[in-house]
Design a protein around this ligand. Structure first.
Ligand SMILES: [Zn+2]
Ligand SMILES: [Zn+2]
Length: 561
């Protein structure tokens, strides 16, 4: 073991001791030792034992640890700490702008265990509530986490959406070819994207020659079908090359999943792609309904297209109100007035303010007194903003035992209650189900918020039996949220079809913590389209009078349940 490796062990030990909040005097002595050891000109492994103890800056305790390392290759104290540290917390050491002492606060005080949760907390301004964390730190953390995640090679759809369009235009331009199209996961609006794929009617030789001169493109792989590049040291770009004659076929097959392709070939084995003009024409010639790219997931959709039973799916413009928004009364960035003004500017008809409830003290959850005060302000604003309307709501924590966060008399003061799990996320399915089912059965619950608590690219979410939850929502007249934050998209679109078959209403909600996040709704709509949600089954597509009528009727039904 060389000095560099020994120093690394001491430096890790010092960092982990700080992360665990241990004696900082001791940890400091280890990090100084690491610094000194790296500078020694002689290799410690070549020195006799007693000589090590006499070196400048090496006392008895550190000397013993060096001997231990040289003998066993390990440091017991370090191994023990490593064992006690979740991998996600270790990963935080990769994030610039937060040292071990801040990681201690993030982990132990904010109960955040991985980078994805940390990024989400930053967007909710949660870091600002803790000593030593200012706006600048928070911004730095956001920037370095986004960078780190990009390095990991997977991206939220929302974060590469613009890049996808820009790259299409760029490739069309440098190859002077308008037929170059984006395809694959991007066309299917996948929640996360690993590779940006294009169909390009250019010969492989010409592609390589041209892109050789472009600094951002690094050639990674080439075969008979495609050329793979790294783009801008970040995302992978796959170019399926083809000739002009086969371009429609190539685009069609690469736009769908392998399962979609297989089913299509099975259904129409003799289909002649050379006789079609474009993508739309394939369906015309087959005399089946058009299947948009975002529905090319499985074979079932081909049968549905043959029956002409694909519905008119919801569109971004069908959203009429913003349900589930946080103001600066809890952890949002904007005032009620700012949110209302922005919603009016966006031609929306109503805004449902659902700040956090009192158990969420990390998010400045509202006390009973604050709720009263907020309701008085909402009444005043509603006078001023009419016909636009702000609804009084709360995102009530579902407590550990499944109950909601306030007394019934407080709960009855809201126009609607959204019930969500925010704490103790590590649960068995049995525990999660008990908690959720009790909340669904609570007559005050109108909407079930982000069903599994997942965060894309970082947290799987707690295990649930989707069917049982949807059945319970059907039985108890509860709307299921499709949380439109591009990092959540929870419930998953794959369950929309089942929910609709049980007559459960879905609500695409932005869970906005700022005006900028109103735009989340768009990603919720794209996700809902994959589940073939229509505007008539989406609560946030209701006009103001329809929404008011819905609330009145659902409350009436619930009291008679
Ligand atoms: Zn929430
Ligand atoms: Zn929320």
């Amino acid at each position: 073991m060389d000095n560099y490796a020994i120093a690394h062990n001491f430096s890790m030990l010092a960092k982990l001791m700080d992360i665990h909040g241990e004696n900082s005097f001791k940890s400091k002595s280890y990090s100084i030792a690491a610094y000194n050891i790296e500078k020694f000109t002689v290799q410690l492994s070549e020195l006799p034992k007693d000589k090590i103890f006499s070196l400048q800056g090496i006392g008895d305790a550190i000397g013993k640890k060096i001997i231990e390392l040289l003998h066993t290759g390990k440091l017991n104290a370090l191994e023990e700490l490593l064992e006690k540290t979740p991998p996600g917390v270790m990963e935080m050491l990769q994030i610039k702008g937060i040292g071990p002492k801040k990681i201690y606060a993030i982990w132990k005080e904010m109960e955040i265990e991985n980078i994805g949760e940390l990024l989400y907390a930053c967007h909710e301004n949660r870091l600002l509530l803790y000593k030593g964390f200012g706006k600048k730190t928070q911004d730095n953390v956001i920037e370095s986490i986004e960078f780190y995640e990009q390095q990991q090679g997977n991206y939220l759809f929302a974060s590469v959406e613009t890049l996808g369009s820009e790259l299409t235009a760029y490739l069309q331009n440098i190859f002077s070819n308008k037929k170059i199209s984006i395809t694959g996961e991007f066309i299917r609006h996948a929640e996360t994207i690993a590779v940006l794929e294009f169909v390009i009617p250019v010969s492989p030789g010409k592609i390589i020659n041209t892109l050789d001169k472009q600094q951002e493109f690094e050639l990674l792989e080439q075969n008979d079908d495609y050329i793979l590049y790294g783009y801008d040291e970040k995302i992978k770009v796959k170019l399926f090359f083809t000739d002009d004659r086969s371009i429609t076929e190539k685009l069609f097959f690469t736009s769908g999943t392998p399962e979609f392709k297989e089913s299509f070939v099975k259904e129409f084995p003799k289909f002649d792609f050379e006789k079609v003009d474009d993508d739309q024409d394939i369906f015309k010639k087959l005399n089946i309904q058009y299947i948009p790219g975002f529905l090319r997931e499985n074979g079932e959709i081909i049968k549905q297209a043959a029956r002409f039973s694909i519905p008119h799916v919801i569109m971004p413009a069908d959203i009429k109100g913003l349900i589930h928004c946080h103001s600066n009364w809890s952890d949002g960035s904007n005032t009620l007035e700012q949110l209302a003004d922005a919603a009016i500017d966006s031609h929306l008809e109503y805004l449902v303010i659902s700040d956090h409830s009192k158990a969420a003290d990390y998010a400045k959850g509202l006390s009973e007194e604050k709720i009263k005060a907020q309701h008085e302000l909402v009444n005043e604003l509603n006078e001023k903003y009419r016909p636009f309307k702000i609804f009084k709501s709360i995102e009530s924590d579902i407590l550990n035992d499944g109950s909601l966060d306030y007394s019934n008399s407080v709960l009855s003061s809201f126009d609607l209650v959204i019930a969500s799990v925010h704490s103790n996320l590590k649960m068995s399915e049995e525990k999660a189900m008990r908690r959720l089912l009790k909340a669904i059965e609570n007559p005050f619950t109108i909407i079930l918020g982000h069903m599994t608590g997942r965060l894309l690219l970082s947290r799987k979410g707690f295990p649930v039996d989707h069917k049982q939850i949807i059945d319970a929502c059907a039985a108890n007249d509860v709307v299921i949220e499709l949380n439109a934050h591009p990092r959540r998209l929870d419930m998953r679109w794959q369950w929309i079809e089942y929910a609709l078959s049980k007559n459960v209403m879905i609500s695409i909600n932005p869970d906005a913590h700022s005006i900028e996040e109103f735009n989340n709704t768009r990603y919720g709509v794209l996700s809902a389209q994959k589940g073939m949600l229509t505007k008539k089954n989406n609560l946030s597509s209701f006009s103001l009078p329809e929404f008011e009528k819905f609330l009145k009727e659902v409350k009436k039904r619930k009291t008679s349940l």
